[in-house]
Design a protein around this ligand. Structure first.
Ligand code: SF4
Ligand code: SF4
Length: 370
């Protein structure tokens, strides 16, 4: 990358981040995206010199947890600067404008840049009582979502509420909450980043992929990027050797718990949950739930609040050693798809996957169904 062409390197320098750190960030993004390490240079060039995409971020029935995750950095990081390359035209929580000014910013973006901006949606969308359970500026969330997502180049549903309905849609679902994909049936280029909340590293990697490849990554059957959801938690878990050896925690604080043994008997849903938590981790890769001694509760899966509860009861039909070979087979299949996709598109091309089947109860893992 020519030094004089990079505004980004100047910005990094201004914020005290070295070129070495930036290249390290690009290598990390390549790793998360399951691209060869040689892709780091192309990523660096693309994010430093590409056009500035427009992004609008809408919050509906949510707890703001995904926004918190988005902002989680405790110090300026390369990721923050990368996200600054996106022109965030509307974000209720972050923008200085309020009221009519804020609504005008959103309307101008939708009317002035049809098919050019990316819509990020946080929270589920209530459909009961004609959408009366969530209104902003006199419009229902349902109406806003259809207007904004309908004209977007792509829509990214962040968090399990936006991706699958989440906790607001748990039985008995009094507001008629639905996922973005159900509220806006003709939405274009929908990408679900499920989890409660979504991991900031994954939205960063998704946007870096878009800036670099100029297309969206291969998706799974729930429209989640394979680079982040192509494997079960169980496949990469640091406690997996204990699972295979039959060494389980039986009680909180027992010797097996203190020695870091497997949490399956304490209700871990890692064998039925797909996400890259063991690899990417949380809080700037400090640790992750299982690393802290708590079972995975399956937050990235559709209907997890109904299908993965009680959280501290073990999954049925996962009797121990037998599950390993079965899950390995599934995991290897998913990994092969990711690897094949990476090889095929390299950094400039993309393999188009079959996507689009909506989640249904029959597709769900056999969690502790009530
Ligand atoms: S059951 Fe949970 S704690 Fe045990 S190996 Fe699998 S993911 Fe890790
Ligand atoms: S470990 Fe499981 S419950 Fe925890 S964030 Fe990851 S997917 Fe969600």
């Amino acid at each position: 990358m020519a030094r004089e062409q990079s505004w980004l390197l100047d910005e990094l320098k201004r914020r005290g981040i070295s070129r070495r750190e930036f290249l390290g960030f690009c290598a990390k993004m390549a790793a998360i995206l399951a691209l060869p390490s040689s892709a780091a240079g192309a990523i660096a060039k693309a994010v430093a010199t590409g056009d500035k995409p427009i992004l609008v971020w809408l919050e509906f029935q949510d707890c703001c947890g995904n926004t918190e995750s988005f902002l989680r950095a405790t110090r300026p990081t390369v990721a923050e600067i990368i996200l600054d390359t996106f022109s965030v035209n509307y974000h209720e929580t972050l923008m200085a404008a309020a009221g009519h000014q804020a609504e005008a910013a959103l309307n101008q973006t939708v009317a002035g840049h049809p098919g050019q901006y990316i819509a990020v949606i946080e929270g589920s969308i209530p459909t009961g009582k004609n959408g009366a359970y969530c209104t902003i500026g006199g419009k229902s969330a349902l109406q806003i979502a259809r207007e904004v997502c309908g004209a977007a180049a792509a829509t990214v549903a962040v968090g399990t509420c936006a991706a699958f309905g989440g906790i607001p849609a748990a039985r008995p679902n009094p507001t008629g909450a639905v996922a973005v994909g159900d509220a806006v049936p003709d939405v274009k280029n929908l990408i679900n980043l499920s989890a409660c909340p979504m991991n900031a590293e994954n939205i960063t990697a998704l946007l870096v992929y878009y800036l670099t490849v100029k297309q969206w990554p291969p998706l799974d059957q729930y429209r989640r990027p394979l680079f982040a959801y192509g494997k079960f938690i169980h496949d990469n878990c640091e406690r997996r050797a204990h699972f295979d050896a039959g060494q389980y925690v039986e009680m909180w604080g027992d010797p097996a718990h203190r020695q870091g043994h497997c949490l399956y008997k304490m209700g871990c849903k890692g064998p039925a949950t797909s996400q890259n938590c063991p690899v990417v981790r949380w809080n700037e890769a400090t640790n992750w739930p299982i690393g802290c001694g708590h079972p995975c509760v399956g937050c990235a899966e559709p209907n997890f609040w109904d299908t993965m509860t009680p959280f501290y009861r073990r999954l049925p039909n996962v009797p121990g050693f037998g599950v390993g070979s079965n899950l390995d087979r599934i995991g290897i299949g998913a990994a092969a798809v990711v690897a094949a996709a990476s090889l095929a598109h390299g950094i400039g091309e993309i393999v188009r996957h079959r996507v689009g089947t909506k989640p249904s109860d029959s597709d769900r893992p056999s969690g502790d169904k009530k």
